[in-house]
Design a protein around this ligand. Sequence first.
Ligand SMILES: Nc1ncnc2c1ncn2[C@@H]1O[C@H](COP(=O)(O)OP(=O)(O)OP(=O)(O)O)[C@@H](O)[C@H]1O
Ligand SMILES: [Mg+2]
Length: 249
Amino acid sequence: MSNEQILKTSKLTKSFGNLIAVNHVNLEIYKEEVVGLIGPNGAGKTTFFNLITGLEIPDEGQVVFKGTDITAIPPHKICQLGMSRTFQVARSFTEMSVEEVIRVGAYNRKKEKEVQEKVDWVIKFFELEDIRNYKCSDLGLASLRKVEVARATATEPDLLLLDEVGAGLTSTELFRLMSEIKRLNQETKITICVVEHVMQMVMGLCERIFVLDAGELIAKGVPSEISNNQRVIEAYLGRRGYSESSSAS
Ligand SMILES: Nc1ncnc2c1ncn2[C@@H]1O[C@H](COP(=O)(O)OP(=O)(O)OP(=O)(O)O)[C@@H](O)[C@H]1O
Ligand SMILES: [Mg+2]
C-alpha cells in the first residue's frame, strides 16, 4: 500500500425517504491496497458503491478520485476515469459468451486494436481459456462470478470495487476466488475494495477494513483492530439478536 490516496469521501450522505442509507461517511482508500467494506445487511455498503460510481447522486458530501472531484459524474465517465465495479446481481449478460462479456469491459479504455490483447490477457489471468466460448447462461455460479470479476478487470481500473462476488459460493470456491483477487492485486497493483460477508475471507484478504452500520462508519482499521472492536461486535451481535427474536415471533 502506498501513502497516496486514490479515493476520498467526505460527509457522503444518501437518504431514501426517512431512511439514511449512507450517513456522513468519511473514508480514504490508498493506492495499491486491498480494503474491505463490511457491515450487517442493509448497512449501506451497496449504496456507498452506488454513490462513488455515480449510480446514485449523494444528498450531501463529496467524492474525490485520483485528485479529481467526481461527485455526481455519470457512471460511464467514472468508469473511464478508472473506477470499475461488479454488481450484486449476477447473470446480466446471459446471451453473450464469456469472451464477449470481457470484450465489452475492454472497450472501456482500449482502442479497437488493443482490445483483443487485453481480452486475451484477462482470459489467461483468470484461467478462462476452456470456457471462453461458452454462453454465460450455461455457466455455474462460481464461473459466472469469475467472469464478472474478469469483465470489471478488463475495463483496466485503478480502483476495482467487488460487491459480494463470493455470495452463494462454497467455501472452496470462495477461497479460490479470493486467492485470484489477491493475485490480481499483487501482480497488477490494482487497488481493490471488497464487500464480503464471510468474515474469515475479509480478514485474510484485506489490509484494512471499514465497518458500516445503519449508514454510519463505525470503525476502520487493520483486521485485528476490527475483530476486537466493541462497536463492531455489538453491531453484528445486535443484528443477529434482532433477527432471531423477529423470526421467533
Ligand atoms: N433504491 C432504494 N430505495 C429505497 N431504499 C433503498 C434503496 N437502495 C437501498 N435502500 C435501503 O438502504 C439501506 C441500505 O441498503 P444497501 O443495499 O446499501 O445495504 P447493504 O449494506 O448493501 O446490504 P446487503 O448486505 O444486504 O447487500 C437498506 O435499508 C435498503 O433497504
Ligand atoms: Mg449490498
